[in-house]
Design a protein around this ligand. Sequence first.
Ligand code: CUA
Length: 311
Amino acid sequence: MGPADSPFNPASPQALAIQNLFVLVLVICAVILAVVAGLVVFIVLRYRERPGRAPSSSEGNTLLEVVWTAVPLALVGVIFVATVATMHSVDPAPRGRPADVVVVAHQWWWEVRYPASGVTTANEIHVPVGRNLLFRIESADVVHDFWVPRLGRKIDAIPNRSNYVWIQVDTPGTYHGTCAEYCGVGHALMGIRVVAEPADAFASWQAEQSRPHPQPTSQLQARGARVFDERTCATCHRIAGTDADGDIGPDLTHLGDRKTLAAGAVANTPDELAAWLEDPDAIKPGSNMPNLQLSADEVRALVAYLEARDE
Ligand code: CUA
């Protein structure tokens, strides 16, 4: 996340509505600050102690009392109406509509499922531009918080509870987010990437993800598939089209299509994947990925197998 990922650079109608509300409240508060501070300065200068002038006191001023009651009341009323209108437009009730995307927070990564197509991936959420999508946010362990600042509000991921948030991305691009609720040692390395693309690009991504993992096409990849099996990686990870069906760690089907590893901790390159397999803790301290004491040969074979992509 960098300055370009700021919520003051909104890329969805939801984030824009929230920014407009924020600016309105900010302007009202700035005017109040200017009036109060201005009066204090004026009164200090105008009525300061001077030789030969005794302080006078006056009591009761109906007009003044009406004004300082009515004006704040009107301002609070304006903020109230604007807030309710913003909540209504940003966050309408799902009313039984099925979620388009299900995001399950884990320590310390994001499981991403598309119920309509059955696609499961991790940390990188592809969406078609221009469509208002309903996200269901859940947690598999502790409280996390899903937040992509340019796309809208924060929303807690709470165990045994479903929360909903609407997101519509209007411009193709990549939007960075993060976990916004302290959730343990890996909290800082729990990145989100939302990739918004035109409908046809999204459809082809989804079709690609629906296919099984690429079959090994070299001896090295075939050895990687065997190592994956022998080293019990399948206890925690799923790879579509194989017997690997674990659901503790991220689904690794088409891992090679993702841009980052370990929820954005490092770029998804063969070297980084090798380093991750050799010593996960060095890249992401506290990660639940164990160090399996793999040999250099095993690492090479696993990288070739996991990073394999369809031509
Ligand atoms: Cu998950 Cu902080």
